[in-house]
Design a protein around this ligand. Structure first.
Ligand SMILES: Cc1cc2nc3c(=O)[nH]c(=O)nc-3n(C[C@H](O)[C@H](O)[C@H](O)COP(=O)(O)OP(=O)(O)OC[C@H]3O[C@@H](n4cnc5c(N)ncnc54)[C@H](O)[C@@H]3O)c2cc1C
Length: 414
């Protein structure tokens, strides 16, 4: 059987690799010049950069962990305990905010704790903004949750639903929050991503290259057309395949294949946001991520690449970090970055080393999300020879491990 996989990100590569291992004839079509999708890395002047955001690996699914380490053995990875901080009123507060109230100024802490004790009363709101206040209380919501989420989504929070965040956002029990206050222990051991792996050399691209193995990948070969002729799929007017697995963003599909108007309409109504990352030279630190909720700064998060591996830059005494800004593409010049209040000055970010724009960064779970997706998925499920997979193929907030798991399950069914 001949299979075309559209997109060489983690999802397409995992499916392609597993299907090749099973003996299928697989061709992966990729529009970029290198595979990896969002999980790519590159070197610039000796600095290592994951241009679509630092990509760390961990998973609570043993089959995923075993598979990844079977391809790139454990001694090639650095194991790290997350040391994430929140820049709040000029201080570094431990992440997550709600487990670190003991680190706030006493008056702020009292306000947060008081509101928190009164929280979770009455009916649970269905929109994200009201839910944040309902769940955490007004103090935590106003100081951190609402401003941070306004920055990372750049979409009205009252127009977002709440189902997406289970398992993605740390949602500690009330008792855990009270324990953290009493014991002054902002522990986050049970939170998602509290420990993780990152390749010692070459960035997350090293994992990608290990997955890609000997699979046929046609880079610089974007999908221009998909047409069903009889039982076969003709890709780009040339090659015939029995099955197509699409991991490319759903909004690309109406441009390359014939779809009913209703399906196209729902695809066009899907929401997502875009990201600019800027890599800086900076003082060395053991902070892994810094969250910046304050609206005075455009960046919502800084990822310290040099905390992920000791080989992130040419000078072992200096660090490098990528700041992230959600929104439309803009020109990144060193002077613009200094003047525009993008990050707090005291972080010591002076020299811009590199930058990148990512059009498809985060799926936005707006209030139409479920209806749109149900209709789209139902339509595509009618043809067993066309399968959707991945973060953008199934339009779902998924990290790399869940993309791998989905690909594994899909291949098992084939
Ligand atoms: C800022 C940020 C940080 C993240 N950090 C982490 C992390 O630390 N850990 C983690 O596990 N996950 C992280 N993720 C999530 C992770 O990036 C995704 O789960 C994963 O990379 C998605 O893989 P994918 O293959 O489904 O999609 P993608 O990586 O988007 O792959 C889709 C591929 O399709 C290609 N394509 C698009 N259009 C066409 C076309 N017309 N023709 C051919 N090819 C096309 C693209 O170039 C791309 O290669 C992060 C995401 C973001 C945005």
């Amino acid at each position: 059987m001949k299979i075309a996989v559209l997109g060489a990100g983690v999802s397409g590569l995992t499916a392609g690799r597993l299907l090749s291992d099973k003996g299928y004839q697989v061709t992966i079509f990729e529009k970029n010049e290198t595979p990896g999708g969002l999980a790519r890395s590159r070197f610039k002047d000796g600095y290592l950069y994951d241009p679509h955001g630092g990509h760390i690996f961990n998973s609570k699914h043993p089959e995923v962990v075993e598979w990844v380490f079977s391809l790139l053995s454990k001694e090639n990875w650095q194991f790290t305990e997350r040391n994430a901080k929140i820049y709040f009123n000029g201080k570094y507060i431990s992440y997550p905010f709600e487990l670190s109230l003991c680190e706030l100024e006493p008056e702020d802490a009292v306000e947060c704790i008081y509101d928190f004790l009164l929280s979770q009363q009455g009916e649970e709101p269905s929109n994200f903004k009201d839910w944040l206040t309902w769940n955490f209380g007004k103090g935590i919501a106003d100081y951190y949750m609402i401003p941070y989420n306004e920055k990372i989504w750049a979409y009205p929070l009252e127009k977002m639903e709440t189902q997406w965040m289970r398992g993605k956002m740390p949602l500690p029990e009330k008792k855990e929050i009270i324990r953290s206050i009493l014991l002054k222990d902002p522990t986050e051991r049970k939170m998602p991503h509290s420990t993780f792996y990152y390749p010692l050399h070459g960035g997350i691209q090293t994992m990608i290259n290990a997955i890609a193995g000997g699979v046929t990948i046609r880079c610089n070969d974007p999908i221009r057309s998909l047409e069903k002729r009889g039982k076969q799929w003709i890709v780009n007017g040339e090659d015939a395949f029995d099955t197509v697995i699409s991991t490319i963003p759903l909004p690309v599909l109406p441009d390359v294949m014939k779809l009913p108007d209703k399906v196209t309409e729902h695809i066009r109504d899907l929401k997502y946001n875009s990201l600019t990352t800027i890599l800086f030279d900076c003082p060395k630190t053991d902070i892994t991520w810094l969250y910046i909720p304050n609206h005075s700064y455009r960046s919502h998060r800084v990822g310290y690449q040099s905390a992920l591996t000791p080989y992130a830059g040419p000078d072992p005494h200096r660090g490098c970090a990528a700041l992230e800004i959600i929104g439309r593409q803009f020109e990144v010049s060193p002077s613009l970055v200094r003047k525009a209040g993008i990050v707090p000055d005291e972080l010591g970010f002076t020299k811009v080393l590199d930058s990148e724009f990512t059009e498809y960064a985060y799926v936005i779970h707006d209030l139409n999300y479920r209806v749109n997706l149900d209709i789209i998925l139902k339509y595509f499920s009618q043809d067993a020879s066309f399968k959707l997979l991945g973060r953008w193929g199934t339009w779902n907030y998924k990290n790399m491990d869940l993309c791998m798991l989905d690909a594994m399950n899909l291949v098992k069914e084939m």
